[in-house]
Design a binder for this molecule. Structure first.
Ligand code: PBG
Length: 297
């Protein structure tokens, strides 16, 4: 076997691997030389986030727990590109690295799972919803202050198993991840953004590379989806404007229709008792400015 032309760094979770395989398939479809057996190698890298499964530690460690070791591998040249769920990518990237492409976005909405088959509004008072996400916790409690939220650990498969075992009555997961894992048929309902505004960049896969690696950047540029890039730029600009000044959960969703970009952004207290929501409309070309304005408001 010849040595690989490109090495992809990824976490080892089933979802991360599915995303790495999607990226490899897209590269192979765009470039005949990358379709050859062994041309694109997938390198699994264990991250701090894969080792620490405790929610409080995740919060204390802040962002970057799922990306740090992969970025180190990029910087030392042991991989050429990294595939990430953009939701897990910190606002600020290490010097010398950039997000050089966004794949076409999956559905950004959250999926709702209930053991009893009821929707969020029908769940009996006192029922337990499992989630490790402060955003989902806050939005659940905003709508249903009479429910209990339990910290819920593990990857997608683990959480669905715990739901089946009756550890909780209901849980939420990103629809995008479920689709990529072929598990979307198990959900009870899809939550609309006005009920459950998604996390920044939920459903988007980003490819990170070294800024000075012209060869890899040329390959990766062919995979970029301009519409997804504009939407994610608007949403991430909200995060950037709030970063440091704000420890509360943030949600944001940008959509593009008829040539204009609409952005909804929300900050909310973890207990759901207070929130601030804002909407912006503008051109996709000014996505980052719109997001920054929404974040500052
Ligand atoms: N925080 C973990 C994580 N990171 C990305 C996804 C889902 C896939 C995506 O948003 O692209 C998930 C799981 C979940 O929230 O259900």
């Amino acid at each position: 076997m010849t040595s690989p032309l490109l090495k992809i760094g990824t976490r080892g979770s089933p979802l991360a691997l599915a995303q790495a395989h999607e990226t490899r398939d897209r590269l192979a479809a765009a470039f005949p030389e990358l379709a050859a057996e062994g041309a694109v190698e997938i390198v699994v890298i264990k991250t701090t986030g894969d080792r620490i499964q405790d929610r409080t530690l995740m919060e204390a460690g802040g962002k970057g727990l799922f990306t740090k070791e992969i970025e180190e591998a990029l910087l030392d040249g042991s991989v050429d590109l990294a595939v990430h769920s953009m939701k897990d990518v910190p606002t600020w990237l290490p010097q010398g690295l950039h997000i050089s492409a966004l794949l076409p976005r999956e559905d950004p909405r959250d999926a709702w799972f209930c053991r009893h088959g009821c929707g969020l509004d029908e769940l009996p008072a006192g029922s337990v919803v499992g989630t490790a996400s402060l955003r989902r916790q806050a939005l659940i409690l905003m709508r249903r202050p009479d429910l209990k939220v339990l910290a819920f650990r593990g990857n997608v498969q683990t959480r669905l198993r715990k739901l089946g075992e009756g550890v909780v009555d209901a849980t939420l997961l990103a629809l995008a991840g479920l689709r990529r894992l072929g598990l979307a048929d198990k959900l009870t309902a899809v939550l609309e953004p006005h009920q459950m505004l998604p996390a920044v960049a939920q459903g988007a896969i980003g490819i990170e590379t070294r800024m000075d690696d012209a060869r890899t950047n040329a390959y990766v540029a062919a995979l970029n989806c301009g519409e997804t890039a504009a939407r994610v730029a608007a949403e991430r600009a909200v995060l950037a404007a709030l970063d440091g000044s704000c420890r509360t959960p943030i949600a944001a969703l940008a959509t593009i229709a008829d040539g204009s970009l609409s952005l909804s952004a929300l900050v909310i207290r973890p207990d759901g008792t207070e929130w601030y929501r804002t909407e912006r409309i503008g051109l996709p070309e000014e996505a980052a400015l719109l997001g920054a304005a929404a974040g500052r408001s």
